[in-house]
Design a protein around this ligand. Structure first.
Ligand SMILES: *Cc1c(COP(=O)(O)O)cnc(C)c1O
Length: 372
């Protein structure tokens, strides 16, 4: 493994340079009224630079602006890029909460190590996110919406040699998002890709990197051409075992109160929503098995009635029921129109905790200090 040590003492302080031209309050309110996911951005961004000589430096919150980019910028050629996704929620008492952000900090560092990038110290990662949320707190929606935060890092050295870059840019941007299920809950129809794989053993499937998404986009386009919403990827070796969707983990609910979810092991992204759901399901006495689940098993369990619900989960959509899955050669139905009872209960419990309506038994809520 690459040893990327940070020279000198790590300082987690962030310089805040508020923009002199924020979006006027009235315009902000209309932009926030009905934002499509990822299309409306706040006034600021957080940025931190890294190079081999200085380590992490120039930590700032400043006006959101384009990056000047050299045509030889390493990320454009060799795709050293990773990201995270988490949300800030406005609770009923107007405090602003993050959900398990330390898990995102840790996963971001794990992704960095896999991509031979210098991990952002977890304290610094959290400080940058909190400074951005505090600066842009007027952009955190009321009610069911939230502020989606997108930390990311890319290699920014202008150099075409093939080796890990000697310069990186870390950045956090933010977008207000509405309730994902506005317009009613509609179960997802999945396309099972028999031709394309997302991740192979020894590859980058467990790292949250843009390259995994690039590898999945052709299958996603195929899903849409076939009238489906999302792709289910199978394992790359036997094309037999269910792995996950392009950006969400999967769960299968059986009629004996047991739940099955594909086991982690390098080719599946370890979702924070996935881990939270395993905990919440076990809290209410359900047995959760993390194991391999074959496509033939899914077909048999759906046909026999043993499988009563299936759902996908991730930060953006939280929990989404699955209606059907099909490929060029088969089709199965889980639920016609409705979202299953347990799927809905788990979603309500997670969202209730995030919005502060349900007590935080597990210490998952992290309140942002808006005065800092
Ligand atoms: C981000 C992501 C998930 C979901 O992770 P959460 O931490 O729950 O948001 C699942 N699969 C992939 C491939 C992802 O990139």
């Amino acid at each position: 493994m690459l040893d990327v040590t940070t020279p000198g003492e790590q300082d987690s302080s962030i310089e805040v340079l508020p923009t002199s031209t924020p979006v006027p309050a009235e315009d902000r309110r209309s932009l926030m009224a009905d934002p499509a996911f990822g299309s409306v951005f706040t006034d600021h961004m957080a940025t931190i630079r890294w190079n081999g000589e200085r380590g992490w430096h120039n930590a700032q919150v400043r006006a959101r602006a384009p990056f000047p980019i050299d045509p030889a910028c390493s990320v454009l050629h060799y795709a050293q890029e990773i990201f995270e996704g988490l949300k800030a929620y406005r609770q009923a008492d107007d405090r602003i909460a993050l959900f398990r952000p330390a898990q995102n900090a840790r996963r971001f560092a794990d992704s960095a190590r896999r991509m031979a990038m210098p991990p952002v110290p977890e304290e610094l990662f959290l400080a940058a996110i909190k400074a951005l949320v505090a600066t842009d707190c007027d952009w955190v929606p009321h009610g069911e919406g939230s502020l989606y935060l997108r930390p990311f890092m890319f290699s920014s050295e202008a150099f075409l040699g093939v080796r890990p870059s000697n310069e990186y840019t870390f950045c956090v941007i933010a977008c207000p998002v509405g309730n994902y299920f506005k317009g009613g809950v509609k179960p997802l129809n999945l396309w099972l890709s028999e031709e394309h794989s997302r991740a192979a053993p020894g590859g980058t499937g467990a790292a949250k990197c843009g390259g995994n998404y690039a590898a999945g986009l052709l299958a996603q386009a195929e899903a849409q051409q076939n009238g489906c919403d999302q792709v289910v990827f199978l394992d790359a070796v036997e094309h037999r075992w269910i792995e996950e969707l392009g950006g969400m983990n999967l769960f299968f609910v059986m009629n004996d109160n047991s739940i099955v979810t594909p086991q982690l092991g390098g080719t599946i992204l370890p979702g924070i929503t996935r881990s939270s759901i395993i905990t919440l399901a076990r809290d209410c006495g359900l047995s959760v098995e993390e194991r391999r689940y074959a496509i033939t098993e899914w077909r048999n369990d759906a046909a026999s009635g043993r499988l009563i619900e299936a759902f996908a989960c991730g930060t953006a959509a939280v929990v989404a029921g699955i209606g059907s899955a099909r490929s060029a050669s088969f089709e199965l139905t889980v639920a016609d129109r409705q979202t299953g009872r347990l799927t809905k209960a788990l979603r309500d419990e997670l969202i209730g905790m995030q919005l502060g309506h349900i007590p935080d038994r597990h210490g998952w809520i992290d309140i942002v200090d808006l005065t800092a």
